[in-house]
Each structure stands twice: as structure tokens, then as C-alpha cells.
Design a protein around this ligand. Sequence first.
Ligand code: ATP
Ligand code: ATP
Ligand code: MG
Ligand code: MG
Length: 269
Amino acid sequence: MAKSRFEYVRNYERDQILLPNTYILIRVDGRGFHRFSTHYQFQKPNDERALRLMNASAEAVMGQIAEICGAYGQSDEFSFIFNRTCSLFDRRESKLVSTVASTFTAHYIFLWNKYFPDTSLEPSMLPTFDSRAVLYPSAMEVRDYFSWRQADCHINNLYNTSFWALVQSGKSEQEAEQALMGTNSADKNELLFSQFQINYNNIEPLYRKGTMLIRKLKSPPVSKYLQKPEKSQRQLDREAHRQRKADIVLLHDDIIGDKFWDECSTWLI
Ligand code: ATP
Ligand code: ATP
Ligand code: MG
Ligand code: MG
């Protein structure tokens, strides 16, 4: 780019470079989704279409950003974990955080009509997502991070399931809130079972456990250097993109216990 006398203002830019050799975790969260979900009449406590739309958007993000090795989502949030050695954007925080949020948002809007075919998004109520980065020094903190999010999913879902069962049985929202005040997990399980014949453990794992996406590399990554020379860079990029998407596995399992981590330890690299 040609130099101009204005060029000096560039020196005011400051990059926050994320510490090398640490796991980069980026969480996106829907802005004002309480209102957003009311506006578009999400089914309560869980709208399956909305959760599947979140999952599809996250899968698309992973298809596009190869350095992401896994992701966990629930409600209006998704957490993406990057390879420890990730060098995307030279680990510039603002580049990473803004790219993940905008890529996620772009896919969410693009895919909206596939999951909500009878509802159009309105310009006055468009979905937007904020995003933050956190660094974790070892796999232990990464595991505990995901456990924290899944525990949050469980606590909120048990509460919301009880709350909406009460509301749908004729209580006002205020009365439902009152009825649940001071109750623990066992109380809510008991309330669901005795008053509504709902066995909480039989509720869809998608709702109770959230969704884990992991990239299982069955075949070695497509190398730019080992291909026949007649393939163009464009073709190679397309193949690599296809392969990255094909290798993503979607799970609604418990990720707090050892089983998941013992069986799926190779995805976190
Ligand atoms: P903020 O902008 O601070 O994130 P928020 O309104 O998005 O505010 P959150 O704490 O992120 O608040 O909560 C998201 C809310 O979105 C949930 O409380 C719930 O009401 C709603 N929501 C998200 N996903 C679903 C879904 N699949 N089905 C029903 N409601 C949902
Ligand atoms: P990065 O991802 O690092 O931002 P980039 O390819 O987006 O890389 P920029 O420095 O942001 O690079 O430059 C944007 C480039 O996009 C311009 O150099 C130009 O080639 C192209 N471009 C942007 N807007 C237009 C436009 N309206 N018409 C034609 N070309 C455009
Ligand atoms: Mg939110
Ligand atoms: Mg949220």
C-alpha cells in the first residue's frame, strides 16, 4: 500500500498477543437472547430448533477454522477450544475473538430459515453474539472449563424445566419463581416427578447435557505439499475444507466424568 503522511496513526494500534503454548478458549454468547427468544417464540424451556441452529453454526465455524479442535454449546452460548500450538493471526486476540463471533453470527443468520422455515428474521431483532478469549495452561483446566459449562447447563435446565412445568400448569411466572425459591436439585426432581410425572433423567440429552463437537482426525490432514501437482490451490483448499467438516463428531454425553476424556482424549491437541 502506498505510504501517506497519515500512515503514522497506525502506530497507535496495539495488539494483544495471546500467550504462546496455551489453550485458547473463545466463548460466544447471544446478546439479549432472553428477549430474542421471546420475540421469535422459542418453545420453553427448550426450543430444539434453536439448539440445532446453534450446533449447525458451531459446526460451520469448525469447518472454516481448522485450528479449533473442539467446542461445547448450550443455551445461547458456544465455547471453542483451539489447538495449543495455534498460530492463526499470530495469536492476535482481537482478530481471533472478532473472527469467531462474526463467523458464528454469519452462519446463524444464513442457516436461520433452515431451522425456522416459517419465521423471517426482522431487521429490528437480529441475532448478535459477543465473544471473549480465555487462556488455559493445561488440559486439566480445559477439562474443568467444559465441566463448568456442562454443570451450568444442568443447573439452568433443571430450574427451567421445573419453572415452565409450573407455568404451563397454570401458575403465574411470579408464583413459579416463588415455588422454586430455596429448592435444591433433589427437590426439583421430586417436584417434576410427583406433580408432573416427569422423570428428569429421561429428558432429551440434548437439553440436559448440551452438545460437544470434537474433531476426530481419522485420516491425516490434507497436505499442501504431498498432492499431485495438477490440483490447484483452490481445489486443495476445498478438499481440506470438506475433510475438516466430515471429521466433526457431535455428542450429547456427560463430559464431567472420566469416560468421555478416557475415550476421546486424542481430539484435544
Ligand atoms: P446477555 O446479553 O447478557 O447474554 P441474555 O438475555 O442473552 O443476556 P443469557 O444468560 O445469555 O441472557 O441467557 C440466554 C437466554 O436465552 C436463556 O435464559 C433463555 O431464556 C433463552 N434461550 C436461549 N436458547 C434457548 C432455547 N434453545 N430455547 C429457549 N430459550 C432459549
Ligand atoms: P485481512 O484478513 O488480514 O484483513 P484482507 O485480505 O481482508 O486481509 P485488507 O488489508 O483488509 O486485507 O484489505 C482489503 C482488500 O479487499 C483490499 O486490498 C482490496 O483488495 C479488497 N477490497 C475491499 N473492498 C473492496 C472494494 N469495495 N472493491 C474492490 N476490492 C475491495
Ligand atoms: Mg446471552
Ligand atoms: Mg447465555
